[in-house]
Each structure stands twice: as C-alpha cells, then as structure tokens.
Design a protein around this ligand. Structure first.
Ligand SMILES: CC(C)(COP(=O)(O)OP(=O)(O)OC[C@H]1O[C@@H](n2cnc3c(N)ncnc32)[C@H](O)[C@@H]1OP(=O)(O)O)[C@@H](O)C(=O)NCCC(=O)NCCS
Length: 144
C-alpha cells in the first residue's frame, strides 16, 4: 500500500486524527490519556503524517530546539500497520524534510522497546536512561 507524507498544523482536520492515533498507540496502552497533558508544545511543532488511502497511518512531531536541532517525538504507526516499513519511511521522510530546511541534528527520547528500530535507522544512544510517562527511555540522536 502506498503511503503519502504531508505536513499539517494544529488547526488542520488531520490534527483530530493525529490526536486519536497518539492516544490509541502511545497513551491508552499505558493507562494514560492526552486530555491530561499540556499539549501547548504541539503548536510549535512540525506535524508530519503518512496517509494510506487518505487515512492517517503514521505520524511524528518535530520540535525545533534551535541551531538546526529538532526533537522527534510522538512517533507512531497505526497498530494494524506496524512492521510493514511505514515507520522507517516516516522517519526517513522527516530527515529529508529537515535537511531541506537546513536541519543539522535530530534528537529523541526512545522508549526502550523502540531502541532497535531507531538503531536500524542510524540513531545512536547519547546518554543515560531515564523514566518518562512511567516507562524506561534512552536519549538517542542522529546527525543529518
Ligand atoms: C516503533 C514504530 C514507530 C516502528 O514503526 P514500524 O512501521 O512498526 O517499523 P518498520 O516496519 O518501519 O521497521 C523498520 C525496521 O525496524 C524493525 N523494528 C520495528 N519496530 C521494532 C521494535 N519495536 N523492536 C525491534 N525492531 C523493530 C523492523 O523489524 C524493521 O527491521 P528490518 O528493516 O530489518 O526489516 C511502531 O512499531 C510503533 O508505532 N510502535 C508503538 C509506539 C512506539 O513505540 N513508538 C516509539 C516511541 S519512542
């Protein structure tokens, strides 16, 4: 199935689909809900969605930290579409997008369970592990 990538903002209709997918994949399995979080950072972020047949299937956010450094966050693929190559295509699309904008480095907080995925895409662990939203994470980064 072909996936098409595009960016959108918080007032785009796609943001509603983003919110639903983030809850489904990243929050509800941990007993959490986005409604309990401060989402004001979303306003500053680049929202990149991967659409299959017009439906949001994968997404990530890119938060500008300054000096060409971006934090990649909220990376997720719809449950029925995981392990089909969409996550890799999504991250590669984000890297191309940032390269076009003069981006120099991507940092991220990887859930321990997702570390092998990021390693395959060239990201390296850059520091000590820590707990976020109640689960173990490792900082990772990749130069663009
Ligand atoms: C992690 C996630 C974004 C990866 O996307 P995906 O579409 O499932 O991954 P892909 O099919 O593109 O996989 C690319 C490669 O990484 C591997 N991989 C993907 N997820 C993996 C995992 N959790 N553990 C080990 N390897 C993994 C794949 O086997 C594939 O390897 P290959 O190229 O040797 O075949 C997705 O599975 C997901 O949304 N998981 C739940 C939410 C989550 O953990 N998000 C990350 C938060 S930091």
């Amino acid at each position: 199935m072909e996936i098409q990538f595009r960016t959108f903002g918080c007032r785009d209709a796609a943001y509603q689909a983003e919110y639903a997918l983030r809850n489904l994949v990243l929050r509800w399995p941990l007993g959490l809900d986005l409604k309990d979080e401060d989402l004001s950072r979303d306003e500053e972020d680049i929202h990149l969605g991967g659409f299959v047949d017009g439906r949001l299937a994968a997404l990530l956010l890119l938060h500008p930290l300054g000096d060409g450094v971006y934090q990649m966050r909220q990376v997720c693929v719809a449950p029925e579409m995981q392990r089909m190559g969409y996550g890799r295509a999504l991250v590669e699309a984000a890297e191309r997008l940032l390269q076009e904008r003069g981006g120099k480095k991507i940092t991220l907080h990887a859930r321990e369970t997702a570390v092998p995925f990021y390693r395959k895409l060239g990201y390296a662990v850059s520091g000590e592990g820590f707990t976020e939203i109640g689960i173990p994470h490792l900082p990772m980064e990749k130069a663009l």
